[in-house]
Design a protein around this ligand. Sequence first.
Ligand SMILES: Cc1ncc(COP(=O)(O)O)c(C=O)c1O
Length: 364
Amino acid sequence: MKINFIDLQAQYLEYQKEIDSEVLEVFSSAQFIGGEKLNNLEKSLAAYTGAKHAIGCSSGTDALLLSLMALDIGYGDEVITTPFTFIATAEVIAFLGAKPVFVDIDEESYNIDPSKIENVISDRTKAIIPVSLYGQCANMEAINEIATKHDLPVIEDACQSFGATYNGKKSCNLSTIGCTSFFPSKPLGAYGDGGAIFTNDDELATKMRMLLNHGQNERYKHKYIGINGRLDAVQAAVLNVKLKHFDKEVKARDEIGSRYNDLLEDADVITPKIAEDNISVFAQYSIRVKDREAMVEKLKAQDIPSAVHYPVPLHLQEAFVNLGYKEGDFPISEEVSTQIMSLPMSPYLTEQQQDFIVKTIKGE
Ligand SMILES: Cc1ncc(COP(=O)(O)O)c(C=O)c1O
């Protein structure tokens, strides 16, 4: 049985007519940067999340970078985040000359543990970046409470959680700034790189719009040192089509994730725990197993793809050796990183495929 890890071909075939027509409109209009497609997308993204401002940009990494730049974070500053994430979250902090300060994760959600944040707040702390990992929002209420107490902005790294719901509100609109990624394999994926930034703060929105266009406030007048962080019109056209169908896909992801949980209940694995008032978009469906290597091989023998998000926590990455962390500093992140693995997940995964994956895991 052929099983894709993420089935982007099936998705294209389903929306092909609409996508082709939207993209061809961009080609014939020759409006490749900015323009109507991007404006429409930004309006739809703002309406979808409820955020006042949605700003398209070149990637999730640049969304995070632009957020930190807008908050004037740089040399000597500290930013609190989790070591159990994709490197981009902490990379942008270090890239600006600031210091990522890690806090271990909660064992159930794999998101930053709010009860450990206050221990590391110093007078150099300038922001907190919780990551809504695997599609489930971090405990934003507790994090926002701590941030308010210490007068700190919160940037939600929602690169895996666009479409997720937290206590009735949408991910990306849960804190000072929300950042998402439209990398092709994300729940809402473009056909190349892309991302978006969300905020309800007018001043930050204006500044981030300038920063992503070389700090320009008018043509060839540069108020800030910025970057080229624009989202192009072809990606906006693709996203406009996919966003129309997105709620249906989020529902399918939720059903498939819940079905995995039910089917794996009696298996010797730890399934994802989704907090009561959360709806996860299951950017990854990740389980914990005692012997990951053996499980990966067992699946591979049946042509079932799997992946590991993430095998090495950031505090143990060579790139961050200068931060001075060592093994044992974040025991939960370290343990989870040796056990975690992601199974095939997409709105197009059939029950038959899912049954086959589960049976293989159980050795039936
Ligand atoms: C948690 C997290 N943060 C940041 C990023 C960076 O997003 P992008 O690949 O669009 O730059 C990703 C995407 O891989 C991610 O998963």
